[in-house]
Design a protein around this ligand. Structure first.
Ligand code: ATP
Length: 233
């Protein structure tokens, strides 16, 4: 049994279908990257997993064998699914420290706590009493990820980690990833930077127009295959 199993998912927004027959398995402790062009359905896939979009019948989405397709996002956090959305959402008027405390609301226990996330991102420790609205893009991204970890997820969903950040900042954020993986957390991330995804992930899946069109370990798939899957040529 895989940690996460999606079976023939067709989902979207009202009458607009954004995902078509999506079948995906994520193994425990795997690092899996979803790549694909704008509008391919990557964020919709993460929203379907975290519960912002529900699935019928509920057992088409299974977490650790349990049918979760009808479950609220809040309940899924309690099970160990943490979602860090695109756009570096932080509570702007709260301090860094308070943002992290909010992240601990699920009261799941595990390796992550405030001291551990400050160790992971020392820049946040230095900024702990600053309000989040004054932080740079990279600092806000670090804070969003750290807040996601505060619920001690078994599965961490990260949407567009590098979007809009300078390469040097992206490097800094990715430096924290091995420690997250070593803690036993399974990571499923959406990444537009294909090079970064290939460097970091154990497995990569490419989406095109709402479908999964290529999956494999970075060493197994050629540049040509990725190009073809990415652009649909
Ligand atoms: P991007 O990198 O641009 O975010 P993506 O691969 O994450 O792309 P999605 O955001 O999942 O793609 O979008 C998939 C499709 O669903 C697109 O056609 C998009 O316009 C549509 N879509 C996304 N969000 C909504 C929404 N809230 N309501 C209606 N349609 C939406």
């Amino acid at each position: 049994m895989s940690l996460l199993e999606l079976e023939s998912i067709n989902s979207g927004y009202g009458h607009f279908q954004a995902l078509f027959d999506v079948n995906l398995r994520i193994e425990e402790k795997e690092t899996h990257a979803i790549i694909g062009a704008n509008g391919a359905g990557k964020s919709t896939l993460l929203r379907t997993i975290c519960g912002l979009i529900k699935t019928e019948p509920a057992d088409k989405v299974r977490f650790d064998g349990q049918a979760i397709g009808a479950m609220s996002p809040h309940k899924r956090v309690g099970l160990g699914i943490s979602y860090v959305p695109e756009g570096r959402w932080v509570f702007p008027s709260l301090t860094v420290h308070e943002n992290l405390q909010v992240g601990a609301h699920s009261k799941r226990t595990g390796v992550w706590n405030i001291d551990k996330v400050y160790e992971l991102f020392p820049l946040l420790a230095r900024l702990k009493n600053r309000q989040a609205f004054g932080l740079s893009g990279g600092e806000q991204q670090a804070l969003s990820i750290a807040r996601g970890l505060m619920s001690n997820p078994r599965l961490l969903l990260l949407d567009e980690v590098s979007l809009g950040l300078a390469p040097v900042v992206v490097e800094k954020i990715y430096q924290a990833m091995p420690a997250i993986v070593d803690s036993g957390t399974t990571v499923l991330l959406v990444e537009q930077d294909v090079g970064q995804a290939m460097k970091f992930a154990d497995r990569v899946t490419c989406m095109l127009e709402g479908r999964l069109v290529l999956e494999g370990a970075p060493g197994e798939i050629s540049q040509e295959a990725i190009f073809a899957a990415y652009f649909g040529v």
